[in-house]
Design a protein around this ligand. Structure first.
Ligand code: PLP
Ligand code: COI
Length: 354
């Protein structure tokens, strides 16, 4: 295993009040850092006091968006211990994102050791109030000091951590989502399946327009036909249409969410009919019109399981399940968070005590 040097801060910050956390605004005392140099590999692994970075103005990331990230959480169990949820899934997805953006991969066992060593250092920052956790943000960026467009030779990898509450101001209450029919997020062959910053930068215009109309986020349609449902800005989506639970299949342009995968596994184990398939916006609109759309929800690490109470498509507004959280949505939320916070037995082997 790589040796990780630990330099502790001599000015620890006061821990925040759990009731005022929000999402990603407060950061812990330390961060993990290491560099990659072509020919040498990953070097200089260290946990250091949280601080600003200093970058050369020509740094690749500032010009050509050479960046990927991950998002996972550490949860405080009732017995006081701290645990991660399916961390190897994040590590593998990060390496897939790295491959797509020609950034270097990190050996899985080293990545897990880095993550757990870092979380152990920062574990006192894991809040214990209901619905709170310590959000972990590993990220990597190209840092060559040159304006040529090419595969990078110098890379920075960091992990920062933020105690968080709910992502949406609505909490577990239903959010309003607008189906976007103008901008697209990603196309097959592009970077949709990778968790790279550029995907999010390109999403902001539509997100901004939706927010101005009172919606939390947009639901993307596929980039070629603008016909098939893909995902929401920060979460995958699922629908209960009649007796079927449908979620868009992974065609390469949407993020393979770990919460999505976990929801599918929970539902299948319980005998529900779950189909990963193409779902056109016409089919979804028809289900909204004829009342067979019983529930809609998003799922993601930050968003957890988030009911969708209203969908808007081409200025037509549809209320889902009377604007209330549905039975399956609530059940998924309870089951998933029960496992994550150690309140329910983890029969899947998903939790990872640190
Ligand atoms: N889709 C997008 C675009 C996301 O940013 C996220 C969040 O990570 C997800 C889906 C859900 O993925 P996961 O469940 O792995 O957090
Ligand atoms: C996550 O759920 O971890 C995400 O990355 C969503 C994010 C863009 C806030």
């Amino acid at each position: 295993m790589w040796n990780i040097q630990i330099v502790k801060t001599n000015a620890p910050k006061a821990k925040p009040d759990s009731s005022a956390l929000g999402f990603g605004k407060i950061f812990t005392d330390h961060m993990f850092m290491m560099e990659y140099e072509a020919g040498r590999g990953w070097i200089n692994q260290r946990i250091v006091p949280f601080a600003n970075l200093s970058l050369h103005p020509a740094s690749t990331v500032l010009h050509y968006g050479s960046e990927i990230f991950e998002g996972l959480k550490a949860y405080r169990r009732a017995d006081g211990k701290v645990q991660l949820f399916r961390p190897m899934e994040n590590i593998r997805r990060m390496n897939n994102s790295a491959e797509r953006l020609c950034l270097p991969q990190i050996p899985e066992d080293e990545a897990l050791n880095i993550l757990t060593t870092f979380v152990r250092t920062e574990q006192d920052w894991t809040p214990s109030a209901p619905g709170t956790s310590l959000y972990l943000r590993p990220f990597m960026f190209g840092n060559d000091e040159s304006l040529g467009v090419h595969t990078v030779h110098h890379v920075e990898f960091l992990i920062i951590a933020s105690p968080v509450g709910s992502y949406y101001k609505e909490g577990i209450n239903p959010v309003k989502i607008m189906i976007e029919d103008e901008d697209v997020r990603a196309v097959r062959g592009g970077t949709g399946y990778a968790k790279c910053g550029g995907n999010y930068a390109a999403s902001n215009r539509a997100g901004e327009r939706a927010e101005q109309k009172g919606y939390s986020q947009v639901l993307w349609l596929d980039g070629v036909h603008r016909k098939y449902i893909e995902e929401v800005g920060a979460m995958n989506v699922m629908f209960k249409i009649g007796d079927e639970i449908v979620t868009p299949k992974l065609t390469g342009s949407i993020l393979p969410g770990i919460t999505r995968k976990s929801c599918i596994e929970i539902l299948k184990k319980e005998g529900y009919t779950v189909h990963e398939r193409l779902l056109s916006v016409e089919e979804l609109s028809a289900a909204m019109e004829n009342g067979t759309l019983e529930e809609a929800w998003g799922c993601g690490t930050a968003a957890v399981v988030s009911p969708i109470g209203e969908l808007c498509y081409k200025d037509r507004k549809y209320t889902v399940n009377g604007g209330k959280i549905g039975k399956i949505t609530q059940h998924l939320y309870d089951t998933l968070t029960g496992i994550q916070w150690g309140k329910t037995e983890d029969t899947f082997g998903w939790t990872y005590p640190i």
